[in-house]
Design a binder for this molecule. Structure first.
Ligand code: NDP
Length: 439
């Protein structure tokens, strides 16, 4: 860091959050990209926005006691990080995974504050979860845990206060259990989003992140005289985001030639059919199962080798740290001209820098996968109006939102002299939106 104030602010945040590596990494990345703003506007330093935006408004930590199938009592820890509510209620997912700790949740809540601001919807940032790991638990144990978790969390949330949603380990089923428990205490259906359709959910929310990613990417491509039409695409993962990215990229004229899962990847030059993929992956089966539905597909182990397949566009939609520097070099050698992130943090920082240096168009997750949380806001509106939106209404508004995000982010990057740097543009535009409302 070169800017004196930014450097000082980061030193203060590091000092206050010693040992919280994930959180400090997230803060550093954002602070660094805000240096041009502070170089141009040194007068902002006295408002201390950086120190204020990095400190959560409130952190709630609680004990969750529940009974396993043997009737034995188990203890887990629950959290809710209420990061920033300058532009609207705290908003962000709940993650159930053994890796969950305060540093991870604080980093995600910090990122979420910027992402939510990009959508143009009045939503602040938050994140929560538990070190409870659903893997290896029976459905009844997961249900009991969700009820016990919400019994502790419900006093702190509400549709105008803090609106959690799903994240890793928390899908529609878990949100269904959580809202059932919440409604026993308070009649406020808009308090959770990502709900099943019969419990106040929104048509189109399931598809939103994958579709939104493709709308953003198409706008970015069009802006550079390119499009999905006729392009060969690789998409990592075969879960919610990847499947609907495959559906929309195909609809926009691309051929999705490769996809992956935790164990391996498939290549099908004839194009992967997302409906067949959904069937093949039923019950979290191996993606190798896709071979039953296609005569042309091939399967191989080691999912990272997917990125060695020659293609034009890459959409990492599985997990964090999928693309490292070596992988980025392979993509450049293979002639890939666009990478847009569907997953959160799938590309390492040095890999992003390499792709940008080599003129690969790069869509950062904060902007390119914001369609999911954007549609969560539509779910909040639907619940507040006590109405039912159609799929088409959601999809049309999602498309408008993603096109708007692309241009706002690009304009911010352009104003600070690096128009192709959408990472910087997303951080700057998010920062400007939040700080405008911070008193
Ligand atoms: P899912 O659990 O539905 O899907 C994840 C997919 O990634 C699965 O197919 C999984 O394989 C695969 N996978 C996991 N690890 C690897 C790996 N190392 N290599 C290749 N594939 C792997 O999750 P989502 O699709 O919901 O989320 C994916 C990402 O997108 C996460 O980072 C999430 O935080 C982010 N995101 C999701 C949003 C949403 O609306 N769902 C919104 C914004 C961001 P397997 O099937 O074998 O388990």
């Amino acid at each position: 860091m070169k800017n004196k104030y930014v450097k000082q602010a980061y030193a203060e945040v590091s000092n206050r959050n010693k040992g919280e590596t994930q959180f400090l990494n997230a803060v550093k990345e954002v602070f660094e990209s805000l240096e041009p703003v502070y170089d141009a506007h040194p007068e902002l330093a006295k408002k201390k926005y950086l120190e204020r935006i990095a400190e959560p408004q409130r952190v709630i930590e609680f004990k969750v006691e529940w009974k396993d199938d043997n009737g034995d009592i188990q203890v887990n820890r629950g959290y809710r990080v209420q990061q920033n509510n300058a532009i609207g209620p705290f908003k962000g997912g709940l993650r159930f995974n053994q890796s969950v700790n305060l540093s991870i949740l604080k980093s995600l809540a910090f990122e979420q504050t910027f992402k939510n601001a990009l959508t143009g919807c009045p939503m602040g940032g938050g994140k929560g979860g538990s070190d409870f790991d659903p893997h290896g638990k029976s459905p009844a144990e997961i249900e009991r845990f969700c009820h016990a978790f919400m019994k502790q969390l419900y006093p702190y949330i509400g549709s105008k206060k803090d609106v959690p949603a799903g994240d890793l380990g928390v899908g529609g089923t878990e949100i269904g259990y959580l809202i059932d428990e919440y409604l026993k205490h308070r009649k406020d259906i808009g308090t959770l989003t990502g709900k099943p359709l019969d419990k106040g959910g929104l048509k189109g929310r399931t598809e939103a992140t994958g579709y939104g990613l493709c709308y953003f990417t198409e706008e970015m491509l069009n802006d550079h005289g390119k499009s999905f039409k006729g392009a060969k695409v690789l998409i990592s993962g075969s879960g919610n985001v990847s499947t609907y990215a495959c559906a929309k990229a195909t609809e926009l004229g691309a051929t999705v030639i490769g996809m992956s899962d935790r164990n391996g990847y498939i290549v099908d030059e004839a194009g992967i059919d997302y409906k067949k993929l959904i069937k093949a992956k039923e019950g979290r089966a191996s993606i190798e199962n896709y071979l039953k539905y296609s005569d042309t597909a091939k399967y191989a182990e080691n999912p990272t080798d997917l990125f060695k397949v020659k293609a034009d566009i890459v959409l990492p939609c599985a997990t964090q740290n999928e693309i490292d520097l070596d992988t980025a070099k392979t993509l450049v050698t293979n002639g890939v001209y666009a990478v847009a992130e569907g997953a959160n943090l799938p590309t390492k920082l040095d890999a992003i820098a390499y792709l940008q240096e080599n003129k690969v168009l790069f869509g950062p997750a904060k902007a390119s996968n914001a369609g999911g949380v954007g549609c969560s806001y539509f779910e909040m509106c639907q619940n507040a109006e006590d109405s039912k939106w159609t799929f088409n209404k959601t999809d049309k508004k999602l498309h408008e939102m993603m096109v708007g995000i692309y241009h706002n982010v690009k304009d911010a990057a352009e104003r600070y002299g690096d128009k192709e740097n959408l990472v910087m543009g997303a951080n700057i535009f998010g920062f400007e939106t939040v700080t405008k409302k911070m008193k």
